[in-house]
Design a protein around this ligand. Structure first.
Ligand code: NAD
Length: 497
């Protein structure tokens, strides 16, 4: 067994060995061609592990194992209630291992470990329990069709699982995103082949060990780490996959969608964002400022729903610019396991170059650099949290997803104009409204073009609510009943009486 051992005193918790092989058909194995890739800790640039990289043949084997369980295997024989029991057991095991998973995310993603410990992982447990609850409640409908040439009829519908779901995930919140794919697919009776992001694989490997421990039939869930262009592409084009559920960039999402269209395959795409935060003149800044700040600072700004375009009524503009600058300056960059740290490192050197490149562009294109923007002198892919003011809604830092701790604050006088600017983007994932006037808030919520709107406070998506975007932010919805719909086909059966 190939494993890594992480120093037991990291984060003050004892971290067990993590298997760095592929998890296929209930067994751990090396890649068939011996391929591997390196895992680097973003906060120290130290090499953490070498992980097996699944080849085309390994993807074939994983899909075959998943197909075997779906087509008549032990998994296909389980009732919804039995699937729910397994999902609840997995939730319990994750809850027990929250410290381990938080430590792995701190190491692998470079984010402060308290974030996954307090936010992502309790949510992951909730997601598995929520979908465990759905597993025995996926019901069809009775419908009375029109009589056909005078003959009465009755009809019913059945919600059936799709088959084998290929899941491809991003690295920024790796356990959370994996749960959004696994839980609804499994509750509905599908089997899964999951390719985690190469930049954050360790939590998926620990999840594999928990899947093994709680007793899912072997092959129900297969975890095949590897690079995007090789392992990811092999999974996306595999003829044995019935649906691809993808979280990542619009660029790769488009390729996946084109491939899926060729094969008439189902697809869910959770893509990027450039979400607006609209601060009205009557907003209570004592509440709004911390929320606005979290909106672009949490997880180093590497959040798809980060609220990085901040439109502020001109009566509050100076106060918001000053308040956000203060919040950015009070951030403590550092080791993910240091209790003082409030922001970690970006995921890798490429991302650091991307973020610092956009910061340079922001100044070049006329925005005022209010604070931040520099790279601290220390190992790791750190960048100072950065606030820009002014420059307009057309410059690159207003148009493009940066995926780093960079906010642009823009003034407005007219609410209709603020909404028009907020909607003037190719993205449509999330939007945030800050106001004391709830009627106005509801009116604006109806007008902003986004999959999710938060009024007077953001939070991770709730397991019971649909999650997804419009425009370049994606296609389809995950979570809640929408997650079950996206994991099933509805078949109709009509009886002539
Ligand atoms: P990415 O598109 O580079 O990679 C995502 C996944 O796709 C990885 O597992 C990668 O290995 C794989 N991949 C890459 N090329 C592939 C190919 N040719 N075929 C198949 N798979 C391939 O994105 P990223 O840098 O990992 O993630 C950042 C992006 O994800 C941002 O745009 C962010 O907004 C988005 N995101 C969206 C959500 C959401 O819920 N909407 C959540 C998190 C992140």
């Amino acid at each position: 067994m190939s494993t890594i051992s992480i120093a037991p005193d990291i984060g003050g918790v004892s971290v067990p060995k993590v298997n760095t092989q592929l998890f296929v058909d209930g067994s751990w194995c090396d890649a068939s061609d011996g391929g591997t890739f390196d895992v680097i800790a973003p906060a120290s640039e130290a090499e953490l592990a070498t992980v097996a990289a699944a080849s085309d043949a390994d993807v074939d084997a994983a899909v075959a194992a998943a197909r075997g369980q779906f087509d008549g295997g032990e998994w296909s024989q389980l009732s919804g209630a039995q699937r729910g029991i397994l999902l609840n057991r997995l939730a319990d095991a994750i809850e027990r291992d929250i410290e381990i998973l938080a430590t792995l995310e701190g190491l692998d993603v470079g984010r402060p470990a308290y974030e996954p410990r307090l936010v992502d992982l309790p949510h992951v447990v909730d997601v598995f329990r929520h979908f465990a609850g759905w597993a025995d409640k996926i019901e069809g409908r009775w419908v009375t069709p029109a009589p056909f040439f005078g003959q009465a009829r009755q009809a019913y519908t059945i919600r059936e699982p799709l088959g084998v779901v290929g899941a491809i995930t991003a690295w920024n919140a790796p356990t959370l995103i994996a749960s959004w794919k696994l839980a609804p697919a499994l509750a509905a009776g599908n089997t899964v082949v999951l390719k985690p992001a190469e930049d954050a694989t360790l939590t998926a490997l620990h999840l594999a060990s928990l899947i093994d421990e709680v007793g899912f039939p072997p092959g129900t869930i297969n975890i095949v780490p590897g690079l995007g262009e090789t392992t990811g592409a092999a999974l996306a084009r595999h003829p044995g996959i019935d649906k691809i559920s993808f979280t990542g960039s619009p660029e790769v999402g488009r390729q996946i969608a084109v491939q899926a269209a060729q094969d008439f395959r189902r697809v869910t795409l959770e893509l990027g964002g450039k979400s607006p935060q609209i601060v009205l003149g009557d907003a209570n800044l004592e509440v709004a400022l911390p929320g606005l700040a979290v909106g672009f600072l949490a997880n180093q700004g590497e959040i798809c729903a980060a609220g990085t375009r901040i439109f502020v009524h001109s009566s509050k503009y100076d106060d918001v610019v000053a308040g956000l600058a203060e919040a950015a300056k009070s951030v403590r960059l550092g080791d993910p396991f240091d209790a003082e740290t409030t922001m970690g490192a970006l995921i890798n050197e490429r991302q650091l170059e991307r973020v610092t490149g956009y910061i340079a562009k922001g100044s070049e294109e006329g925005a005022e650099l209010v604070t931040g923007g520099k790279r601290p002198e220390r190992p790791g892919y750190f960048v100072e949290p950065t606030v820009f003011a002014g420059g307009g809604n057309d410059i690159a830092i207003a148009r493009d997803e940066i995926f780093g701790p960079v906010a642009l604050v823009l003034p407005f006088d007219d609410i209709a104009d603020a909404v028009a600017q907020a909607n003037d983007t190719r993205y449509g994932l999330a939007a945030y409204i800050w106001t004391s006037d709830l009627s106005q808030a509801h009116r604006l919520a109806a007008k902003v073009r986004a999959g999710s709107v938060w009024i007077n406070g953001g939070a991770p998506p709730d397991a019971r609510l649909p999650w997804g975007g419009i425009k370049s932010s994606g296609v389809g919805r995950e979570l809640g009943w929408a997650g079950i719909e996206a994991s099933t086909e509805e078949k109709s059966v009509t009886i002539t009486l």
